[in-house]
Design a binder for this molecule. Sequence first.
Ligand code: 5GP
Ligand code: ZN
Length: 115
Amino acid sequence: MTDCLFCKIAAGDIPAQVVHRTDTTLAFRDINPAAPVHVLVIPFAHYPDLPALAQADAPLAGQVLATAAEVAKAEGLTAEGYRVIFNTGRHAGQEVRHVHAHVLGGAPLGPLLAR
Ligand code: 5GP
Ligand code: ZN
């Protein structure tokens, strides 16, 4: 996708602070972190959201999850815990239409939802 921000990051055309990379996935720090550790995990392949990815390539969806777990471990989040979020669609406030997992941790994260 030529006009997709995360495809451009995946291609190296837009710089990002990459923390982990596999053959199929890339993990990089969120530009506007919401927690002490805030890393985004994407598949290199473009899918707009989680249901599109899961339907088209379930093994790749699993690789995104495995990378999220690897990142959490590498960032030292395993002992105290962390949260993995896929914002999907309007009600969730999904801004970037290239599927991504948010890996959040490094401090108590508070309730699941702001009210
Ligand atoms: P969403 O709201 O789609 O679930 O999350 C998109 C995330 O991408 C946001 O947390 C936002 O801060 C992050 N983001 C937006 N633009 C950039 C960018 O150019 N570089 C990086 N590293 N993160 C970005
Ligand atoms: Zn994309």
